[in-house]
Design a binder for this molecule. Structure first.
Ligand code: NAD
Length: 429
């Protein structure tokens, strides 16, 4: 393995969708899934690739490539984030869209699965260009999205501001009379534009609920433990701040700018503010830069991958010295990485459950928009905690009952939900 900042060359990268299918097939055996249901889920219903021009600040036009993959809407409208990142592909979005289908089914949320985004680096353009790119993309999507049909949200490289532009573009292009009724077309909006309390921290909060639940089931005292976190954006920073409140210190952290350690423990809140102001951890005082390998080899108790997919391959899994890996990112472990962790007795809390707090609170935002309600922060927090605990219990009970790992249990619980709906409704005609 090279000891650079870049993630390892990953041969499974272009087979991400296949990897998800492998997990589903394994779960299908335990859930006794009919072959027909596995066939229905074996491809997305729609895969859009859009090219659109945007005039840049220097007056020149640049072509952008956008995607929206709609995997399944058997349980409700398509739902899933929009990612702005230079390293993405159709296979990527197919896999991420299908993960959303299973995540919503596991959480028992009446949504299907979708994912999309634009292949570019949002840090490389000006704020004005970013707004134009976002608006042009959402205009190009046209009626392929909608509050009853497909509801995008934030993901990597997008923010509440992105969603405000997206909503405004949709509102202003779908008819003057219906304008005020369509704010639910996207979630993750700023609170001042129809967003909900608790959405910004929801995914990190859900991650922490999972850790607390796991710790109490395993008699693992959290106070005094150490964490390492890869990715200090929305999910990684909010999870770290909340974990800090439970007495878990952050001793190493990494992002696209590099990896850093502080054996005394970072001030998670101050680091979060620094990253919001400066765009990365680079230059933060009280941090010593380390290599990627040293980051993975840091002595700690909990590792939270909260950046990109496929970061923990066999080599990284061998380096890790933690007891628990909490998959805040989607699919941060490769198949080989997960096998190595399992072989070494490292516990893994899977992505389908761990990062589901985001879509759960997105659902709460959608319900509030649709019914013209405003819930308090406490309402949202209480509902989220109950939802995460219920889903953890469904996963745990299935795993205990059928003697499988948590990942297989998550997929199996999701499949059972999907199978029941297909059994009720059949397939038209
Ligand atoms: P974000 O854009 O706010 O933060 C991403 C972080 O990853 C940043 O710190 C960035 O520097 C880091 N990163 C990017 N490339 C990296 C690299 N090569 N090496 C190390 N770090 C790198 O994104 P986010 O919303 O926090 O999402 C993080 C992960 O969580 C993604 O996998 C996303 O799909 C998943 N997720 C997010 C949500 C949500 O509500 N935001 C919900 C579910 C899942």
């Amino acid at each position: 393995m090279s000891d650079s900042l870049a993630p390892p060359a990953d041969p499974s990268r272009d087979r991400f969708f296949k990897l998800v299918q492998t997990y589903l097939d394994r779960a299908g055996v335990l859930a006794d899934a009919p072959a027909s249901v596995l066939t229905f889920l074996s491809q997305p219903k729609t895969a859009l690739v859009l090219h659109f021009p945007v005039r840049m600040d220097n007056g020149e036009y640049r072509m952008f490539k956008g995607y929206r993959v709609q995997h399944s809407n058997i349980l409700g409208p398509y739902k899933g984030g929009m990612r702005f990142h230079p390293d993405c592909s159709l296979d990527h979005f197919k896999a991420l869209a299908s993960l959303m289908t299973y995540k919503c089914a596991l959480m028992d949320i009446p949504f299907g699965g979708a994912k999309g985004g634009i292949k570019f680096d949002p840090r490389s353009v000006s704020p004005k260009e970013l707004e134009h790119i976002t608006r042009r993309f959402f205009h190009a999507l046209g009626s392929n999205i909608g509050p009853d049909y497909d509801i995008p949200a934030t993901d990597m490289g997008t923010s509440p501001q992105t969603m405000a532009w997206a909503m405004d573009t949709y509102m202003n292009t779908t008819g003057v009379v219906t304008k005020q009724t369509v704010s639910a077309v996207v979630t993750g909006k700023p609170i001042t534009s129809g967003g909900t309390h608790g959405r910004v921290s929801a995914t990190g909060q859900g991650v922490v609920h999972c850790i607390v639940d796991w710790a109490s089931r395993n008699h693992f005292e959290l106070r005094g433990k150490r964490s390492i976190v890869q990715g200090y954006g929305n999910v990684g920073s909010n999870a770290s701040v909340l974990l800090g409140g439970l007495g878990v210190s952050l001793v190493a952290v990494g992002d696209h700018s590099g990896y850093y350690k502080n054996p005394e423990g970072f001030n998670t809140h101050r680091l979060q503010q620094y990253v919001i102001a400066n765009g990365s951890i680079k230059g933060y005082r009280n941090a010593e830069e380390i290599s990627r390998n040293d980051f993975f080899g840091t002595e700690a108790d909990i590792f939270i991958p909260a950046a990109l997919e496929h970061q923990v391959d066999e080599a990284e899994a061998r380096l890790l010295k933690v007891e628990l890996v909490v998959e805040a990112a989607n699919a941060p472990c490769t198949l080989a990485g997960e096998q190595e962790l399992e072989r070494r007795g490292v516990h893994v809390l899977p992505d389908l459950l761990c990062n589901a707090g985001g879509v759960t609170v997105s659902y709460y935002e959608w319900v509030q928009n649709r019914s013209a309600q405003r819930w308090t922060a406490a309402d949202v927090e209480n509902k989220l905690e109950i939802a995460m605990k219920d889903a953890f219990r469904r996963m745990h009970d299935f795993a205990a009952d059928r003697d499988c790992n948590y990942r297989t249990a998550c997929y199996a619980v999701a499949l059972e939900r999907l199978m029941a709906t297909y059994a009720d409704r059949g397939v038209f005609p």
